[in-house]
Design a protein around this ligand. Structure first.
Ligand SMILES: Cc1cc2nc3c(=O)[nH]c(=O)nc-3n(C[C@H](O)[C@H](O)[C@H](O)COP(=O)(O)OP(=O)(O)OC[C@H]3O[C@@H](n4cnc5c(N)ncnc54)[C@H](O)[C@@H]3O)c2cc1C
Length: 142
């Protein structure tokens, strides 16, 4: 997508989250930090604004990935939620439920889970092979 130099949609204008999860301001703040970093980096270029929008969108996508996966994907468990459900929705929901169960008995997993919920770490840390195995083990016992 091509944007006029100097035009940069931001915050809710590029992705709006369900307010119930309280993520929108945090993501907008993270995007502000990203913008500051990019302006510093691109400020050395002859035309800094030329590459700003593509660089911002590429990195903002990574920022948005975790809050979207934490909130919007579980919302698909509700039949009335509209939108295209991912093919692996059932596995994702099962993994989330198993993770909550594991976090209830393991303080280290609970800490990690809370850090992801508060957007301090990416959700990929919860896909650590050891955690995945333990979640599978719990599912097998159920
Ligand atoms: C009920 C509710 C509860 C929420 N609770 C939380 C929470 O607990 N934690 C959290 O992190 N996030 C929460 N959010 C989300 C958060 O409010 C938004 O994600 C955040 O405000 C987005 O910031 P923004 O700058 O993109 O947009 P906004 O804050 O909406 O700012 C956009 C601004 O542009 C102005 N504007 C619009 N059109 C024009 C125009 N044509 N010309 C000039 N100005 C215009 C608007 O008046 C507004 O001031 C909540 C949202 C809602 C609705």
């Amino acid at each position: 997508m091509v944007f006029s130099p100097g035009l940069l949609p931001f915050g809710d204008a590029i992705c709006r989250f369900n307010p119930v999860y309280g993520q929108g301001m945090s993501v907008a703040a993270q995007e502000a930090c990203l913008l500051r970093e990019l302006l510093r980096r691109l400020g050395k270029e002859t035309d800094p604004l030329a590459g700003l929008a593509p660089a911002f969108f590429a990195e903002a996508e990574t920022l948005i990935e975790t809050p979207w996966a934490l909130a919007a994907i579980p919302d698909y468990a509700v039949p009335e939620t509209e939108g295209d459900r991912p093919d692996d929705l059932e596995q994702t929901l099962e993994f989330g439920a198993g993770l909550v169960q594991l976090a209830a008995t393991d303080a280290a997993v609970h800490k990690l889970w809370t850090e992801v919920l508060h957007l301090l770490k990416p959700q990929s840390v919860l896909r650590n092979p050891e955690i995945v195995e333990r979640v599978k083990g719990l599912a097998a016992q159920a």
